[in-house]
Design a protein. Structure first.
Length: 550
């Protein structure tokens, strides 16, 4: 059965004006109007939607619908997974033991890191023998006949939507545009994503020259789907194939799926080490020093001669091993795409090693000052700010405080992808020069006045620090409050002084900085709000009506 296309959205105008309030005719970046629009309250995390209730306990957990470890598990149910549905639970399997299995397909190439792991290629068919662990499943390769453990986020159920190269899951429209507009993608490059506001529906995003067009895909009760109501397709796959043959009303004919460049981060180094904090120091080889700071060095390393990692070596006496291990138990449970994942530690002797995922471009500060970040323009800089706010919004939801948010503690990977590092470590440092606000190492210029003067650290003091980080971004790593000493900064800020607008900083962005530096902590915006505001910085209010539907 054929398909027809509806007309694409109208070209949208650019705007960078924004406001905390929901202005009916305003130019703010946050969607306005309508029950389905996202309207976070600027001062209170989780204010909208009502279902996003945050836990009262400080123990981290995922927000509603957030899966802390791999695809969802259910007890029982049909052994054949439904397209786009949950993965049935299979327990009790051992190496070479389980009888019942699910059929999955490799989404990425995976090379075994330990003898217990199973290597597989993209497209390999895999029998899942035991998926009782959320992060690592026992599987058998139909191609090689071998069995072993695989990372669950590297595979998808056979014939499911998730197994398709063109399916990108739950990504935002703005993120889809970033991916499609990357260098190397041609007109006709496309992807399908889940609707942001209508769960169960999908959107088709297509590159058209130097812009991206978006088309709403509707489903019908009979099982079909369509872009234009005058014609139906039996499935998403049929819809894609139809528009690959002819444009039929789209901006252009579909050509190739948007590349999935980055492999996901695995839940731990391997199945055997996932729940083992302490690893042998001899299993690590330090290869290349990426940077050095007040309390240690960061190295590119190799674990088990198979896996690239980052190794942070702490100077002797920097912190108590017992305190660090206690904090690390919490840190390892924090899972978010914008947080550096903690893999393992070496604490049996000093210096302490902290083993994390590797971000090859080092710290954001060095990247802005000396690396390719020197040439980043405003859109890329604001995108980095939005990424940091995204990670901090997750910590905000977990009632977890960073305490030392700054460009030096944000790491950069390929394609200007950034992740937050060293969250929670600042309070463990024993150095008197760091702990005393008069000390030379104390980051006064990044610290909110209530935290610097009275040690009242909170997520709102992190918001203050985020405002300073925005200054670092827009000035490509310049030291805040240039020409002023720590003592002068502390005294003047307490009296109401704020940094003037940095050179080249747009007024709306400077207003965000000033909002982060409100004297009263409760008047500062939430990271949830900051994320959505920066993420939509260049989106006009005229575009809002469409955004509410896709």
């Amino acid at each position: 059965m054929g398909c027809c296309a509806s007309a694409p959205e109208q070209p949208r105008k650019k705007s960078n004006s924004m406001s905390y309030t929901n202005q009916g005719g305003g130019g703010g970046g946050v969607p306005v109007g309508g029950a389905n629009s996202y309207q976070p309250k600027p001062m209170n995390p989780g204010g909208y939607p009502p279902s996003a209730a945050y836990p009262s306990s400080a123990a981290p957990r995922g927000p509603p619908g957030y899966n802390m470890g791999g695809p969802p598990q259910i007890g029982g149910g049909a052994m054949v997974p439904q397209v786009g549905g949950a993965v049935p639970h299979i327990g009790g399997g051992t190496m070479g033991g389980a009888r019942s299995a699910l059929m999955f397909i490799g989404l990425y190439r995976y090379e075994a890191r330990t003898p217990e792991d199973l290597s597989f290629d993209k497209g390999d068919q895999l029998q899942i023998m035991n998926n009782s662990d959320g992060d690592w499943w026992l599987a058998r390769s139909l191609r090689t006949g071998r069995e072993g453990y695989i990372p669950s986020n590297y595979v998808a159920a056979m014939e499911s939507v998730q197994a398709q190269d063109w399916f990108f899951g739950k990504i935002k429209r703005s993120d889809a545009e970033k991916k499609l507009l990357q260098i190397g993608n041609q007109s006709g490059t496309y992807l399908i994503r889940e609707s942001e506001s209508q769960p169960g529906n999908y959107s088709l995003s297509v590159r058209d020259g130097e812009s991206v067009k978006h088309y709403r895909i509707r489903k019908v009760d009979s099982g079909g789907c369509y872009i234009a109501p005058r014609a139906m397709c039996k499935s998403l796959d049929d819809l894609v194939n139809h528009y690959k043959r002819e444009a039929d009303g789209l901006c252009c004919r579909l050509t190739v799926p948007c590349p999935k460049s980055d492999k996901p981060v695995t839940g731990g180094l391997s199945y055997n080490t996932k729940d083992e904090w302490e690893i042998e120091r001899t299993s690590l080889r330090l290869i290349n020093r990426l940077g050095a700071g007040q309390f240690g060095e960061v190295w590119e390393g190799l674990w088990n001669n198979t896996t690239s990692v980052a190794v942070k070596t702490l100077k002797i006496g920097t912190m108590s091993v017992e305190d660090f291990l206690s904090e690390a138990q919490i840190m390892k449970k924090l899972r978010h795409e914008k947080l550096i994942q903690l893999y393992a530690v070496c604490t049996q002797e000093e210096p302490i090693y902290i083993v994390t995922e590797l971000m090859k471009n080092g710290s954001l500060l060095d990247y802005l000052q000396k690396g390719a970040g020197r040439h980043l323009k405003l859109p890329e800089l604001i995108d980095i700010g939005a990424q940091v706010a995204n990670g901090m919004a997750y910590l905000e939801a977990q009632h977890y405080i960073h305490r030392d948010l700054a460009a030096r503690n944000v790491l950069v990977g390929e394609g200007n992808i950034v992740k937050i590092a060293d969250f929670g470590l600042a309070r463990l440092i024993n150095d008197d020069e760091y702990c005393a606000r008069e000390g030379a190492k104390f980051p006064i210029k990044w610290t909110a006045p209530e935290a610097a003067l009275y040690s009242r650290f909170s997520i709102k003091s992190d918001v203050w620090s985020f405002g300073i980080l925005l200054v670092e971004l827009i000035t490509h790593g310049r030291i805040p409050y240039p020409g002023m000493t720590n003592g002068e900064v502390l005294a003047k800020v307490e009296q109401g002084y704020r940094m003037p607008v940095p050179p080249g900083c747009p007024e709306p962005l400077y207003q965000i900085m000033l909002d982060c530096w409100k004297q009263e902590a409760d008047e500062r915006p939430t990271f949830e709000y900051l994320h959505h505001t920066l993420n939509d910085y260049f989106v006009s209010a005229a575009d809002t009506a469409y955004r509410m539907l896709t």
